[in-house]
Design a protein around this ligand. Structure first.
Ligand code: BV8
Ligand code: ZN
Length: 250
């Protein structure tokens, strides 16, 4: 039975939100849209960089072929992000972590805005743009305060080898531990929110399916329908920054 599409929060969901003990939230680029972060698939087309679709420039193949170009793409995005701040959607989710006995925020975003909003213990499935990692020894390096330096020139401080962005690229496996943690919590939660994602990138998009098949009530918040919409128990058609704060006013 396709999910009921509403722009307000149903009485059923209000009750479930008030009574829930364990809640999982999965976010995507849409939750950062109101902060000014461009989405990947918004506005009909996929993001393109220098004529390359983003899932080509952000791929293992590109990293192997042309690391400097990959750095250029992520340097450009860090430059875009550096002056942006969390929006009401991020701030609401940061408050939610104190509402439930068992709360897990899982994000596909690499922008760090959830943490900037005060969310602790965020599961970053696809890594973080403010970190680099050595291609050889895996040593990590913070990039936040080295904006002035051409990061891609810098070598690993431990072994001297090249650094790469500490993000999961297409064709690369997601680190197992964070993904397993998300799958376990999704399989135990009573309420699963899917906020601002087109739900086409796997394995992240499998999490709501895990939650639903374990009996959770799955709610999608998105101004547009996605391949997940008919699969959800409730779809709230709206922008995360407008919808998420409504739950606290319940
Ligand atoms: C892997 C980091 C094993 C880098 C990212 C065929 C079938 C199934 C899977 C595959 C397949 N072929 C290949 C695959 C695997 C691939 C995949 O899923 N491809 C898709 C495209 C089919 N997955 C992988 O490669 C993963 N690894 O599978 O390893 C393997 C190994 C070898 C070979 C094969 C497999 C790794 C995936 C991770 C890649 N890295 N990010 C970077 O950022 O550059 S993915 C990146 O894209 C994001 O992290 C995110 O996951 C995705 C973008 O999606 P969204 O975040 O949802 O953003 P989008 O713009 O699409 O949508 C925004 C939504 O928000 C829209 O719905 C819009 O309506 C809504 N919105 C807009 N404004 C608002 C809003 N919502 C609320 N409020 C608003 N204001
Ligand atoms: Zn190293």
């Amino acid at each position: 039975m396709p999910a009921k599409t509403v722009t307000s929060i149903s009485a059923d969901l209000q009750r479930r939100f008030a009574e829930a003990q364990s809640v999982v939230v999965l976010t995507g680029a849409g939750v950062s849209a109101e902060s000014g972060v461009p989405t990947f698939r918004g506005g009909g087309g996929a993001a393109v960089w220098k004529g390359m679709p983003f899932d080509v420039i952000s791929s293992a193949g590109m990293l192997a072929r042309d690391l400097p170009s990959v750095w250029e793409w992520f340097d450009y995005r860090r430059e875009l992000l550096k002056d942006l701040s969390p929006n009401p959607a991020h701030l609401a989710l940061a408050r939610w972590q104190n509402f439930f006995r068992d709360f897990l925020l899982v994000t596909q975003n690499i922008d760090g805005l959830h943490q900037a909003a005060g969310s602790r213990d965020v599961v970053e499935l696809h890594g973080n743009i403010w970190r680099a990692r050595c291609v050889t020894c895996g040593a990590h390096e913070e990039l936040r305060y080295s904006r002035g330096v051409e990061t891609r020139e810098r070598a690993c401080e431990v072994c001297g080898d090249a650094l790469r962005p500490d993000v999961v690229l297409f064709g690369e496996l997601i680190p197992l531990a964070p993904f397993e943690r998300a799958v376990v919590k999704a399989g135990e939660c009573e309420l699963c929110f899917v906020v601002g994602t087109s739900a086409v990138v796997y394995p992240a998009a499998a999490l709501p399916e895990v939650a639903r098949s374990a009996g959770a009530y799955v709610v999608e918040i998105n101004p547009e329908r996605t391949p997940l919409s008919d699969f959800c128990d409730e779809v709230i058609e709206g922008r995360a920054g407008k919808v998420l704060p409504l739950f606290e006013a319940l």
